[in-house]
Design a protein around this ligand. Structure first.
Ligand SMILES: [Zn+2]
Ligand SMILES: [Zn+2]
Length: 385
């Protein structure tokens, strides 16, 4: 039997978060050991605190509403009430912000069949373009879903669970053993009902009493612009349904970014190489180039563009994704210029180039003199010695 947490706090089953908080505060003011040292008050205070911990946690509250008890995990041999004052101090602390400490408290009694489900992880491969624009993907996932036959109860329709005779519905059995210290009482999980305190007399034919089945379903994931390799998108409540139809965990979609054959990503920036003829490098030009997701960009090259020049185009990189899930601004596009020197010349071209060389006085190879230019490589090397 699950505890009546609503009754303990004196609120109705459809009480709001605010009402629950208010009820707890009022009771804590009356019962806290700082103001009421009686043993009875201490016991009540522990009970009230536990009820508050359960009802203020939406997941735990859901389990309660489904007829379960989120604090009874059976199995453990932790007997008796936990120390209600462990972990927090005076009354004023409680009035401030301690809520949610302590984790699973244990109480006696059967464990709940209804448990929260676990999270699930799935990987999807996205192209660099999809990472840049964001995309909505339909993803097939294999997870545990609620059994539609029994709606999570685990019992065949029309049949009910019966109280376990062995433990009398308590979910645990106590045995007395003799030892040299005297009699020792031990508590263990009831082996007949596995600690549930009740037995599914006629299990559901579809899920075998688990309340859930495995199924492949399609979820829609909205991937924001700017995601990158290894990032995870959380889809709340799309993970595994818990035993007994407990609330589902979350589904995490992890992005696997496929390499692009033109653009290389570095954080928010993109890098690419553009080849231009030697003449274009010398004369300068505006050359159209295909971008990742912004169509054709007219790339301006100055006359006298040198090999390995890097032209930075602001704002044509990847969107900067913020933790809020919105993107804010974009990185840059770095265009690396490769200058192509012709390898085959026909007679006329050769003559023209020779003419140009003559005009520029460039027929003879010129050796760069060591350190002629201040700050040159050789002079820097020399300066180090
Ligand atoms: Zn079922
Ligand atoms: Zn039992």
């Amino acid at each position: 039997m699950a505890k009546d947490y609503y009754g303990i706090l004196g609120v109705s089953k459809n009480a709001t978060e605010q009402e629950i908080k208010r009820a707890y505060r009022k009771l804590a003011r009356e019962l806290h050991p700082d103001v009421n040292p009686s043993e009875d008050a201490q016991h009540r205070f522990a009970e009230v605190t536990q009820a508050y911990e359960v009802l203020s946690d939406p997941q735990k509250r859901k389990i309660v509403d489904l007829g379960g008890d989120p604090l009874d995990n059976g199995a453990s041999a932790r007997a008796g009430m936990r120390d209600p004052f462990a972990g927090f101090g005076g009354l004023s602390d409680i009035m401030d912000a301690f809520f949610g400490t302590g984790g699973a408290a244990t109480g006696r009694g059967p464990r709940s069949r209804v448990q929260p489900g676990s999270d699930a992880l799935i990987r999807i491969t996205l192209t660099l373009e999809e990472c840049a624009t964001g995309v909505t993907k339909e993803i097939a996932v294999d997870t545990a879903v609620l059994c539609d036959e029994c709606k999570g109860s685990g019992s065949r329709s029309g049949s009910q669970t019966v109280t376990c005779d062995t433990c009398d519905g308590r979910g645990e059995i106590q045995t007395v053993q003799r030892s040299f210290l005297g009699q020792v009482m031990t508590t263990r999980t009831c082996p007949v009902c596995q600690g549930y305190g009740e037995i599914i007399a006629d299990p559901c034919g579809k899920c075998g009493g688990d309340g859930r089945v495995r199924a492949r379903r399609t979820v829609t994931a909205k991937i924001p612009a700017g995601v990158g390799d290894g990032m995870r998108i959380r889809l709340a409540g799309q993970g595994e349904v818990g035993p007994g139809g407990g609330p589902a965990g979350d589904l995490y979609v992890e992005v696997d970014e496929a390499p692009h054959d033109v653009f290389v990503r570095q954080g928010h920036d993109l890098h690419c190489h553009v080849r231009i003829p030697m003449t274009t490098a010398a004369l300068g030009a505006t050359v159209p180039m295909e971008t990742l997701v912004d169509g054709v960009h007219e790339l301006r090259l100055d006359p006298g563009t040198q090999p390995d020049t890097e032209v930075v185009v602001p704002g044509l990189g990847m969107p900067k994704l913020r933790s809020s899930g919105q993107s804010d601004g974009r990185g840059d596009l770095h265009v690396h210029i490769d200058v192509e020197v012709p390898t085959k010349l026909d007679e006329q071209q050769r003559r023209l180039l020779q003419q140009l060389a003559q005009l520029r006085g460039e027929e003879a190879p010129s050796l760069t003199s060591n350190g002629a230019k201040s700050g040159g490589l050789f002079s820097r090397l020399r300066a180090k010695r």
